[in-house]
Design a protein around this ligand. Structure first.
Ligand code: DAK
Length: 259
């Protein structure tokens, strides 16, 4: 499918989705959010894709929701815009494939929120993170108040959100917002290496792990462990469990089929 503000490339088992609206620092307007929605569906429906990378074109990852579009919204318009963003980010978070955010530059407001809807974040040394919404008279609207505190803890999330402070990649690493910081020129290489390592595992098992971790974090420990047992059992209905264990025992090359 052709997109205006997104480039979607399928590279063997890995989809690389680049948000490309560089004149507005890749700010998310409704059009881009709707394209993201379609691109996630395209990735979800492609059985050959086992992992996803999201990055931004130019000097920004995503500099936030589009302020030009938001400026004149009324209450209903604000809700509609918020609902659209939340729907798309949740679709990404619950996509049955792991998603890596390769954060090349500014990840502010909706951009920081987009990275947090991904499973893993790798940042370039040029990346900057923040939730500057209170400085614009609004609250974070695409999950920032919820996902940031879950990732970095209540105190740090409240400080970042209340002060609208922008932090660099090293600080993001220190507080646990990102997994790794690398040189800008190495960012996609590192992200692809990680994506390919993940894509080399049994895809259904990886997908079930994503569901178990995400769902389990919202449950009490007994319910979470019970969910873990349930999905562990499910693995034994797959060909990949049988072939993976056979390859180990027979000391042969493993070859997963996503079945
Ligand atoms: N929206 C629209 N345009 C943007 C933009 C944005 N978020 N960020 C940058 N741009 C545009 C600039 O206006 C400029 O356009 P022109 O003037 O060239 O036409 C162009 O991108 C280049 O930007 P700068 O000239 O400012 O570039 P600099 O390198 O000097 O500065 C910057 C880079 C990232 C520090 C700066 O652009 C900046 O501060 N941008 C805004 C960052 C920001 O505040 N982001 C948070 C946006 S608020 C909700 C739903 C969603 C949200 C909230 C509620 N509900 C419905 C409840 C989410 C809110 C946000 O994300």
């Amino acid at each position: 499918m052709e997109y205006k503000n997104i480039v979607l490339q399928m590279e063997d088992k890995v989809a690389v989705l680049t948000i490309s609206r560089p004149k507005a620092l890749n700010a998310l307007n409704s059009e881009t959010l709707k394209e993201l929605d379609l691109a996630i569906d395209e990735i979800a429906n492609d059985d050959k894709i086992y992992a996803v990378i999201i990055t931004g074109a130019g000097k920004a990852f995503v500099a936030g929701a589009d302020i030009t579009e938001m400026k004149d919204l009324d209450v209903m318009g604000g809700r509609r815009f918020g609902n659209l963003g939340n729907k798309v980010f949740r679709k990404l978070e619950t996509l049955e494939k792991p998603v890596i955010a390769a954060v090349n530059g500014f990840a502010l407001g909706g951009g920081c929120e987009l990275s947090m809807a991904c499973d893993i974040r790798i940042a370039s040394v040029k990346a900057k993170f923040g939730q500057p919404e209170v400085g614009l008279g609004i609250t974070p609207g695409f999950g920032g108040t919820q996902r940031l505190s879950r990732l970095v803890g209540l105190g740090m999330a409240k400080e970042l959100i209340y002060t609208a402070k922008i932090i660099n990649a090293e600080e993001a690493l220190r507080i646990g917002l990102v997994n790794k910081v690398v040189a800008l020129e190495d960012l996609l290489v590192e992200a692809k290496a990680l994506a390919n390592t993940i894509a080399g595992q049994a895809p259904i098992a990886v997908s079930l792990c994503k569901a178990a971790i995400n769902k389990g974090m919202q449950l009490d420990i007994d319910s979470a462990l019970s969910y873990e047992s349930e999905i562990f059992g499910e693995c034994f209905s797959t060909e990949d469990q049988s072939s993976g264990m056979t390859a180990f025992i027979e000391k042969t090359e493993k070859c997963f089929k996503n079945k």
